[in-house]
Design a protein around this ligand. Structure first.
Ligand code: XMP
Length: 508
């Protein structure tokens, strides 16, 4: 399959570049910045050099293998990537004194390739300190802004392009068209990347790997593990066995809905209600990371006990996604972890299975496409993401029956009202959380001392950053009224108006 490789120089938006390229139907992957030129894989039709926090003159600035410039492949440098091109090919980059950050009007001078079909002026998103002050031989400017003479440049003969702005972020108008022009027009890639072609390849690979063996799968009730199971089932039929553990921290009605759906999909599975066991272990624990550790640990124990009853398995199928793969590859070099994000469906190596991870190349919205193509019901495919440790991270302080009842019911009201208002699909996640705080309330003539519930609704592309949702007041009012009326023990409702960063999406 034709592909574009994105070399990752540590930029905040690097992963988005590969995602955008795939959105135009061309396969793309993110590789470490120092991947050798002969290790870019077969069928590479172009290279993107991502942005990054470094300055080219810095002592240990990340540098690509210089041979990538000799492969004869089209190259697009973005931000730091553009500066690298200038630095490496004989131009000049100067240290800026202050950061240019935000929207800038781009004026296009040449419409023959990168800007083909685009208007003469539009807004782009800038975020840089250093800038190119002299172009290498053979280069010319094809667009500029007030502050950047060289906002977009090219060497038409060698097909080397550079942009100072970020076409991969949604704040850049026509960013997607620029990326499409590079991938399809300049690199000549065929659009071969879609859910159907993915399924065909995945099924074939699973069959080849598994042969006549059996495969076990931990079902969490989420889109990733369910899609994994359906794909494996399509490949090997009833030699797939699932285990669905209810940890007692799921959303209202969720275990029942999931059981019904799995049955409908014809998957062989065991259902284990281990709620009591989990709640006992969580008693008295209020540290968020400790909760995650306990839920993860207990999950492994329950899973192991149940798996034993089913006999020996060589393979374990797991719904690992591309962002997890990238994140663990990057964590040594660039990113630091904020939360342990223990994925309940992610089991430790010590269990001794060989892994099958058919979704490890996919982004979340690609998994949704694959799920649809495999015939999973639409309500399920559209369902908001839900963290592995479930409601445990939506309860501040100790997890107990009372708080669980409150978040469960309040969250289902939030979801219901959002759906009624036609806004459910507009947001990334919407839920209620509860903490230790109490507020005085009044009902009739009586004074009550009850819990404070907070509604949190956020918009996000991928969960890495998020913006709080500007919810219409009347929808918020309906949610608030219903929560204080229908959820016993709640006297006050608040709305969370913090974005990520500085907050995180889940309160714990
Ligand atoms: P945060 O709270 O870190 O969340 O902004 C980002 C996204 O990750 C989900 N999340 C988790 N998912 N295990 C998971 O499987 C976890 O421990 C966990 N913590 C947060 C969260 O729901 C959001 O979509």
């Amino acid at each position: 399959m034709d592909r574009i490789v994105v070399l990752d120089f540590g930029g905040q938006y690097s992963h988005l570049i590969a995602k955008r390229i795939r959105e135009v139907g061309v396969y793309s992957e993110l590789l470490p910045y120092n991947t050798p030129a002969d290790g870019l894989g077969e069928d590479v039709k172009g290279i993107v050099l991502s942005g990054g926090p470094s300055s080219v003159y810095q002592k240990d600035a990340p540098m690509p293998d210089p041979r990538i410039f000799e492969l004869g492949l089209p190259i697009l440098g973005i931000c730091y990537g553009l500066q690298l091109i200038a630095f490496k090919l004989g131009g000049r980059v100067s240290k800026g004194r202050k950061r240019e950050y935000g929207r800038a009007e781009l004026i296009v001078k040449d419409f023959s390739d990168l800007f083909s079909g685009l208007p003469g002026r539009f807004y782009c998103w800038m975020s840089h300190v250093d800038k190119v002050t002299k172009l290498p031989k053979g280069f010319e400017a094809i667009a500029y802004t007030k502050n950047s003479r060289y906002a977009a440049v090219r060497d038409k003969v060698r097909k080397i392009y550079g942009v100072q702005f970020h076409p991969e972020v949604t704040h850049t108008e026509h960013g997607r068209d620029i990326i499409e022009n590079f991938a399809v027009r300049i690199c000549g890639c065929r659009r071969e990347w879609n859910a159907g072609s993915f399924i065909e390849r995945a099924v074939k690979e699973i069959r080849e790997k598994v042969g006549e063996d059996r495969v076990l799968c931990a079902l969490s009730g989420g889109v990733d593990s369910t899609t994994t199971a359906v794909l494996v089932k399509r490949a090997i039929g009833d030699r797939l066995f699932g285990i669905f553990v209810n940890h007692g921290l799921m959303r209202e009605g969720e275990p029942e809905e999931v059981i019904e759906m799995l049955k409908g999909l014809g998957i062989n599975f065991r259902y284990v209600d281990a709620s009591e066991r989990f709640l006992r272990r969580l008693k008295g624990v209020s540290d968020p990371e400790e909760k995650r550790r306990i839920v993860g640990e207990e999950f492994v124990k329950v899973f192991e006990e149940e798996a034993k009853k089913l006999g020996r398995f060589k393979y374990l199928a797991q719904g690992t996604l591309y962002p997890d793969v990238i994140e663990s590859a990057r964590s040594g070099s660039f990113a630091s972890r904020i939360k342990s994000h223990h994925n309940v469906a992610g089991l430790p190596e010590s269990l001794g299975f060989e892994l099958i991870e058919p979704l490890r190349e996919l982004y979340k919205d690609e998994v949704r496409e694959v799920a649809r193509e495999l015939g999973l019901p639409e309500w399920f495919v559209r369902r908001h993401p839900f963290p592995g440790p479930g409601l445990a991270v939506r309860i501040i302080g100790e997890v107990n029956e009372e708080k669980l009842r409150i978040v469960r019911k309040a969250s289902s009201i939030v979801e219901e009202e959002l759906k009624k208002a036609g806004l459910y699909d507009e947001v990334w996640q919407a839920f209620a959380f509860v903490g230790e705080d109490r507020a005085v309330g009044v009902q009739g003539d009586e004074r009550r001392y009850g819990r404070i519930v907070t509604i949190r609704i956020v918009c996000s592309e991928d969960g890495m950053t998020a913006d709080w949702f500007r919810i219409p007041y009347e929808v918020l009012e309906r949610m608030s009224n219903r929560i204080t009326n229908e959820v016993e023990g709640v006297t006050m409702v608040t709305y969370s108006v913090s974005s990520k960063p500085p907050s995180t999406i889940e309160p714990q």
